[in-house]
Design a protein around this ligand. Structure first.
Ligand code: DUC
Ligand code: ZN
Ligand code: ZN
Length: 475
């Protein structure tokens, strides 16, 4: 019997802290050795000339959610996770949404049942709390955290999701006591409604109106409010999908005061701008809807501010916020109401498969960040922040054998036809990248190679997590 099931030989192993020439030995789905000269293996993969990275972890994706009447999300668990695998990811974290007036436990159980048996990569489920009733705060949430659903998202906008300040404080209080990780969508509800009403009255209903209805100040105000609430409760929160200079400044300010505020950004805020919502001069007046997501992409100055925040360590993670809709579809971006006003265009863009290549190319290949920062921002910090470490997120004995072999020199042009997601478009159509995931290995199994998915749905597991006892603060 060979000593290892798999040996990955001759590559450059990159973790959040080190870059070393080493072989990786895998047994029973786990990494058991990182050493020179591993040869005694049932299968040997030659990684010379390649980087061996921790498998990508995307801690913010929306899959198979119900966006409301007449609208359908473009991905189920099978299609989203095959796209994830092809894009170099080995774990994704989608959201079970509590319906207003409904049970959180019921939402989580139903969502988990949808995922079981369907996934190509491992999945860990966050919750979205839309209705923090006494039953949710008193019983359901503590019990779910204890059961391994240790993180949830709250929204400061959207009719069917928004929490008011008192509700945010109550939810933060329970999260602190139970040791749960809270993600905050920071955009101010009333300001958005005020601006949307005025824009519509003035006849500005184009997709670009979406950007005008949610300017940076709306995000900055909400980020500051969330930070203040977190300070009051002494809770480390994550401000997700930070889009520009103003919210970044709030977070930097909070961190400089010693507050435990974490931050996430996404490739769209580093590469797209509000101008994309004008439709890029295409004949199709609705084409800008392809870029409608919240918060909206900003401008070149904001992109630079976010890059600077990444370099200065203000951001912990880069996620995709994959939120896929089809474009040319009456149940997608071009739904009948969406054609009447930006207000009804489903929010979100597909990005689960393009996150790593776009961020690698713009970050590492263009010299803005190091390889180690890339590993930290795309895998290690996700695992640490959301209770998956030291099972996932690095390359060392004991970790799951979740690895991405990366060709740093391979050039590719992103096109819809090479992708595996359920959307009928990509916002990065025609975007040239340098650096590409050439093989994705999960649990020691090759699940994707050269943009072909080799695994079957059901290979990936739904993971439970445990809270870090240090995060539980009683009271
Ligand atoms: N927030 C998200 O996190 N994703 C899609 C839409 C939104 O508003
Ligand atoms: Zn959000
Ligand atoms: Zn999201």
């Amino acid at each position: 019997m060979p000593e290892f099931d798999l040996a990955i030989r001759g590559g450059t192993v990159v973790t959040a802290s080190d870059t070393v020439r080493a072989d990786v030995g895998v047994r029973g789905g786990r990494i058991v050795a990182v050493a020179e000269g591993i040869a005694d293996a049932a299968r040997v993969i030659d990684a010379s000339g390649l980087l061996v990275l921790p498998g990508g972890i995307d801690s913010h994706v929306h899959i198979a959610q119900d966006p409301g009447p007449g609208i359908v999300m473009a991905d189920d668990f099978a299609s989203a996770t095959q796209a994830a695998a092809a894009g170099g990811n080995t774990c994704v974290m989608p959201f079970a949404v509590q319906p207003r007036g409904g049970s959180l436990r019921g939402a989580v159980d139903a969502y988990r049942a949808k995922a079981e048996g369907q996934c190509h990569v491992d999945v860990a489920i966050h919750m979205i709390i839309s209705d923090p009733s006494e039953a949710v705060l008193g019983q359901e949430l503590p019990a779910l955290v204890a059961d391994g659903y240790t993180s949830f998202k709250v929204f400061m906008t959207y009719d069917d999701l928004v929490l008011n300040d008192r509700q945010l404080l109550d939810v933060f209080h329970v999260a602190r006591r139970e040791g749960a990780r809270v993600m905050v969508h920071a955009e101010g509800y009333d300001a958005i409604r005020y601006l949307s009403d005025r824009l519509e009255r003035a006849g500005e209903t184009r997709p670009y109106g979406h950007a005008l209805s949610r300017p940076e100040v709306v995000e900055r105000e909400a980020a500051h409010r969330a930070i203040s609430h977190a300070e009051l409760i002494d809770l480390p929160i994550v401000i997700v999908h930070v889009s520009g200079r103003e919210a970044t400044e709030q977070i930097a300010w909070a961190q400089a005061r010693g507050l435990k505020i974490r931050a996430e950004t996404c490739p769209q805020y580093l590469t797209l701008t509000a101008e994309h919502m004008k439709g890029l001069g295409l004949d199709d007046p609705m084409a800008g809807a392809k870029y409608v997501c919240s918060p909206p992409p900003r401008d070149a100055e904001s992109q630079e501010a976010v890059w600077s925040g990444i370099r200065r360590g203000i951001f912990d993670v880069v996620s995709s916020d994959h939120s896929p809709f089809r474009y040319d579809d009456p149940q997608g971006k071009l739904n009948p109401r969406g054609k009447t006003s930006f207000r009804w265009i489903p929010n979100g863009i597909p990005g689960i498969e393009t996150r790593l290549p776009v961020f690698f190319s713009e970050g590492v290949s263009k010299g803005r960040i190091s390889l180690n920062q890339f590993a930290a921002l795309t895998a290690t910090n996700h695992a640490k922040m959301y209770g998956l470490y030291p099972r996932k997120g690095s390359i060392a004995p004991g970790f799951d054998a979740d690895l991405t072999l990366w060709d740093p020199n391979k050039r590719e042009t992103i096109r819809q036809e090479i992708l595996h997601h359920g959307s009928d478009y990509t916002p990065w159509e025609g975007f040239d990248v340098t650096g590409w995931p050439v093989m994705t290995i999960a649990g020691g199994q090759v699940i994707a190679e050269d943009s072909r998915v080799l695994s079957e749905p059901g290979r990936g597991r739904v993971l439970d997590r445990a809270v870090d006892p240090a995060e539980r603060r009683g009271g």
